[in-house]
Design a protein around this ligand. Structure first.
Ligand SMILES: NC(=O)C1=CN([C@@H]2O[C@H](COP(=O)(O)OP(=O)(O)OC[C@H]3O[C@@H](n4cnc5c(N)ncnc54)[C@H](O)[C@@H]3O)[C@@H](O)[C@H]2O)C=CC1
Ligand SMILES: O=C(OP(=O)(O)O)[C@H](O)COP(=O)(O)O
Length: 361
């Protein structure tokens, strides 16, 4: 069993903890929190051991009726791998703690790329993280872009990617975030940081990205234009993407016309927290003009990186091959939706290996 500690138990951390807890080859040592708020109580209800991220605050946990196991350094010492899910920049501060205990760590996309030996998206570069001590699971948007680029690159070759990212203003609980009623070019610099970040995964890729922020909390939406090296048809691209377990191609008949209905769909289907771990690509939007591919996809910022964190743990501990890890993560988390709602969750896609058995145009 791989013993995993989660440091930082917010939007990403609580989902990583649940995902680790669900894996057959992992054991959650515990979670570290700065304060005994409602999330600390729900963590305890889920049976997770609690550690105080700030040791002097141990008494606050006791006052709140939470029996903390100890301070964060005890969790780090006890873990084979720590997943750092603290806010951007705090992960870098925490690295010395992990180093002092010789405990490998996964960091999140808010950290600078040089925090880890590898920036990671399982579909694209799992093997680069084999045996690595420090890995950065890239941001939600970078993960979403990389999951599309990888199969396109393998199947057709990619000449250039142009993407406009309509970014949610904040997560549902982030009531300190705006804009309240505005549409901001954000970042206003062009290209946005997302293109260079995707190049931490695909160093030779030509990619330009632009970003906007809108007053929504649901999901990000990407408008993509990819110039391919081969002539293709929209049907062929659609089939290629449908074969990807972490891409959900929304079929026309589902009546899902936006991020709001996508989230309704996820809640109705019983997804925990209404999470959508998959890129959600509108099938109707997949269009081809010569070698230019166009599509729209929605990215659930709170959850698409979760399966990637789980795979990063297996790569770092060299406990599974890419195919084994992705299949195990997907099965035990329940990743995988086909256009047919009856195929929702964790289906066997072993006969739909990307790049094989694609019908001719
Ligand atoms: N929320 C999102 O949409 C996504 C976030 N990320 C990245 O994930 C990381 C975490 O982001 P979120 O989960 O959204 O942040 P969050 O603010 O929801 O959660 C962070 C948690 O860490 C706690 N914390 C603060 N200082 C700490 C410390 N010193 N030790 C332990 N815990 C501490 C906070 O109290 C909070 O509970 C960031 O790098 C972010 O860029 C990546 C993909 C998507
Ligand atoms: O990594 C993310 O977005 P990004 O890829 O646009 O930087 C997450 O959605 C966090 O974004 P935030 O920096 O707005 O909290």
């Amino acid at each position: 069993m791989i013993r995993v500690g989660v440091n930082g138990y917010g939007t990403i951390g609580k989902r990583v903890a649940d995902a680790v807890d669900a894996q057959p080859d992992m054991e959650l040592v515990g979670v570290a929190k700065t304060q005994p708020n409602f999330e600390a109580h729900t963590a305890v209800q889920r049976g997770y051991s609690m550690y105080a991220a700030i040791p002097e605050r141990m008494p606050l946990f006791a006052e709140a009726g939470i029996d903390a196991e100890g301070a964060v350094d005890e969790m780090v010492a006890d873990a084979d791998v720590v997943v750092d899910c603290t806010p951007s920049g705090i992960g870098a501060d925490n690295k010395a703690l992990y180093e002092s205990h010789d405990t490998p760590a996964v960091f999140q996309g808010g950290e600078d790329a040089d925090i880890g030996d590898v920036s990671f998206v399982a579909r694209a570069n799992y093997d680069d993280a084999l045996g690595a001590d420090y890995v950065r699971a890239v941001s939600c948007n970078t993960t979403g872009l990389s999951r599309i680029v990888a199969p396109l690159e393998e199947e057709y070759g990619v000449e250039k990617v142009r993407a406009t990212l309509v970014r949610r203003g904040g997560d549902p609980g982030q009531n300190s975030r705006g804009p309240i009623n505005d549409i901001l070019p954000d970042p206003i610099d062009i290209p946005s940081h997302h293109g260079p970040d995707v190049r931490t995964i695909f160093p030779d890729l030509k990619i330009d990205t632009l970003g906007l922020k809108v007053p929504a909390t649901l999901m990000h939406v990407h408008s993509l234009n990819v110039t391919l090296e081969d002539d293709v048809t929209a049907a062929h691209v659609r089939q290629l993407l449908e074969a990807e377990s972490r891409v959900f191609v929304i079929s026309e008949g589902m009546g899902i016309d936006g991020a709001g209905k996508l989230k309704d769909f996820a809640h109705d289907a019983g997804r925990p927290r209404g999470d959508l771990w998959e890129n959600c690509v509108w099938g109707e939007s997949i269009a081809v003009e010569g070698r230019d591919l166009y599509l729209f996809q929605a990215i659930h910022q709170e959850s698409d990186v979760i399966p990637e964190n789980v795979d990063a743990i297996r790569a770092m501990t060299e406990s599974a091959s890419k195919a084994e890890s992705v299949a195990t993560t997907d099965e035990y988390l329940g990743v995988g939706i086909t256009g047919d709602p009856s195929g929702f969750g964790g289906e066997d896609r072993s006969d739909r290996v990307p790049g094989t058995e694609l019908a001719d145009d």
